[in-house]
Design a protein around this ligand. Structure first.
Ligand code: SF4
Length: 424
């Protein structure tokens, strides 16, 4: 959307207060994200009422989830609504605010069979890293999840299109590609009739200028031995994998309809750890899924303790209208869910801290993200994905954002590390 607006002559400003108009690009994934989206829309409508902006446009998943009419009724004063797959219409909807177009103010499109072209982006992430989306939508049927309803069926972006986008990003200064999709390991299945993530990674590895390729949102199925060995031997695919597991109890996994069981999960984790040196594994779990017993939750805690994920996130189960899990028996009260989340996160905190301590004294390459103050910089090692993991504070002179520098790790502060740059 930003790329389209820029091509059509609109300029991006850093603050909504005083902007000609505001676009709120929303999330509609779970109740808490919908509330957050609505609260930001409310703030922007308040700016409009105070005459600090002329219009508010809402885009993204929240309108897809609620429908345009319901959203407009809940939050009166919205000037335009643009669905996920109507993003190319954003300029026309914006033009309408200034009387330059008589286009509709609410635009939705069905999910296309082929993902939209993401080239010609105007990125607001730092210049040296980018998210690269390789497919859109999801064909799985996890009973708690509303994403396929908003994002449609899985649609693979063709290999040549992804590579062209990666080249464009590299030419624009990107050194770290964060590969995303709703289901990264399913890549290729719909378009080519078979999984082709390995072939895609081979092509991406050859893109000049890219130093790190980080794989996110890997469903724990479709990991061929060839893929695992390729990741292990790659000079650019860093040993960091984000693989959401959601649970480990067979009974819970079955009710979640994850189509992977405890034994298969453990076998896969062991194989990954054995084959990929220094692997950092991130995962996500849901606690308080309908019918989750104390014993099943304890089983999850034991699994976390044994597996020692370097990075982990925990969600409490969110009841999502329209999903099959709503109809399951044994819905759990919010207090119990919160207690379970806190217990699991407490357990994980110790594991994450011990992992941080294990890096002290070692030299790791750090990608500098920004200057903190004077000769103190903020960056990330291979073990830290942008925005979700911790940071490395680097002491050094003459550094610049986007530099990849060797750093000796000296101290741990919570989830962050502190070290000194060894060169420059
Ligand atoms: S694989 Fe992920 S996006 Fe797809 S249905 Fe399951 S949780 Fe949702």
């Amino acid at each position: 959307m930003l790329g389209s607006l820029a091509l059509d002559g609109y300029a991006l400003v850093s603050e909504p207060d005083g902007a000609d108009f505001v676009i709120v690009n929303t999330c509609g994934f779970i109740e808490s994200s919908r509330q957050e989206s609505k609260s930001v829309i409310g703030e922007m409508l308040d700016l409009k009422r105070r005459g600090r902006t002329r219009g508010v446009i809402v885009a993204g998943c929240l309108p897809e989830r609620l429908g345009g009419a319901k959203l407009a009724e809940e939050l009166p004063g919205i000037d335009g609504i643009v669905g996920v797959f109507a993003r190319d219409e954003i300029t026309k909807v914006a033009d309408r605010l200034f009387g330059a177009s008589e286009e509709q103010r609410v635009v939705f499109r069905p999910a296309p069979l082929k993902p939209l072209d993401d080239r010609a982006r105007l990125r607001i992430t730092p210049a040296h890293y980018a998210y690269l989306k390789i497919s859109e939508g999801c064909d799985r049927t996890c009973t708690f999840c509303a994403i396929p309803k908003m994002r449609g069926r899985h649609a693979t972006k063709p290999i040549e299109m992804v590579v062209a986008e990666a080249r464009e990003l590299a030419a624009d200064g990107v050194r770290e590609l964060n590969i995303v999709a709703q289901d990264t390991t399913y890549y290729g299945s719909d378009l080519y009739g078979r999984v082709r993530l390995l072939e895609l990674l081979r092509e991406l590895e050859a893109v000049e200028g890219i130093d790190w390729i980080r794989l996110l949102y890997l469903y724990p199925i479709n990991f061929s031995d060839e893929l695992i060995h390729f990741i292990a031997g790659s000079s650019k695919i860093i040993p960091y994998l984000d693989m959401p597991l959601q649970h480990i109890s067979d009974s819970v996994l079955k009710r979640m309809q994850r189509r992977v069981n405890r034994a298969q999960t453990i076998e896969l984790v062991q194989k990954l750890r054995k084959t990929i040196p220094n692997l950092v594994l991130r995962t996500t779990f849901i606690v308080g899924f309908p019918g989750e017993t104390e014993a099943q939750f304890d089983e999850l805690c034991d699994f976390v303790e044994e597996t020692r994920f370097e990075r982990m996130g925990v969600f409490t189960y969110s009841l999502e209208p329209g999903t099959p899990a709503v109809k399951l028996d044994g819905h759990i009260d919010e207090d119990t869910k919160n207690i379970r989340r806190d217990r699991l996160m407490e357990l994980q905190q110790q594991i994450a801290f011990e992992f941080g301590d294990s890096l002290l004294g070692y030299e790791l390459d750090v990608l500098i993200d920004s200057q903190s103050a004077g000769d103190l910089w903020v960056g990330r090692s291979f073990a830290d994905a942008p925005e979700i993991d911790g940071s490395v504070y680097v002491k050094g002179t003459g550094l610049v954002p986007g530099a990849l520098v060797p750093v000796e790790m000296e101290e741990r502060r919570g989830y962050d590390l502190v070290g000194s740059a060894l060169t420059l």
